[in-house]
Design a protein around this ligand. Sequence first.
Ligand code: C2E
Ligand code: MG
Ligand code: MG
Ligand code: MG
Length: 280
Amino acid sequence: RSKAQGRSTFNLFNPSFTEQGMRQLQIETALRGAIDKDEFEVYYQPQAKAQNGVVIAAEALLRWHNDEIGKIGPAEFIPIAEEIGIISQIGEWVLKQVCQQIKAWQNKGHPPITVAVNIAPEQITNAEFPKLVQDLLEEYDISGNQLEIEITEGSFIDSPDKVKTNLYALKQIGARIAIDDFGTGYSNLSYLRKLPIDHLKIDQSFIRGMFSEDGNRQLIKTILSMSDNLGMQSIAEGVESQPQADFLHEGGCSIIQGYLLARPEPADDFEKHFLPTKEE
Ligand code: C2E
Ligand code: MG
Ligand code: MG
Ligand code: MG
């Protein structure tokens, strides 16, 4: 649904629109109260080296459960949060949770792990954003390289220079930068080259079609060598099978993420499954 349609699709005289509009309104109202009612939880999905399967990082993925509505996935509620102007507030909550979690794992003696956090366009274009990150790093006493900032190509459309300034400021404090869903959006490659990007995340639609649609394998190879030429490492997301992982590794992909390794899971499960203790 486009922004232009917005809430005007709520139409009492069209039964299907009514139902859709009711759900939309219900979600909007519930979403505004979700932080206060403690309805969000951050899940963690491992990222491993393609070369040897060693888990080196995790992506933080937000989950929401509301008593009346039930579970709703981020693919549905994040766009709504953006539309009603509360995505920055939610994003700040996620960042805080993640920093707190990194610190908690550190206190338990686990070796440091990097956590990637999805950052909405509204957040990454905000001039205050690097300061927010810096304050959180100080508050939780963790180092910048334990955070990876994931943004999409769409973040560059409206104010590329603001994003550029922020990315350099984030690099300055040690954070890593990843471009999420790469290959699906607006890509000005010469522009990307001027940015301090560590990782290109190949969109999972390319991985999914790897062995069905012929063109995808060539496309993946092209993205892998391009990312190499740009001096960046690539992360493949949505890797579900060993043949996919093998093909990616052979093509030079550095890091893989997907159900092959694990689904996103609560922090405690992630810790049990993927964080080695000192004794081990
Ligand atoms: P994303 O950042 O591209 O995250 C990857 C999505 O792929 C996640 O969906 C993950 O659960 C799913 N996934 C991972 N491995 C596999 C696999 O092997 N197969 C399949 N079929 N799917 C896999 P999820 O958690 O539903 O999140 C959807 C999107 O919502 C994310 O896409 C991201 O754009 C957004 N999102 C999630 N959490 C946040 C957040 O805290 N802030 C913001 N701004 N956006 C978020
Ligand atoms: Mg992501
Ligand atoms: Mg993605
Ligand atoms: Mg995405």
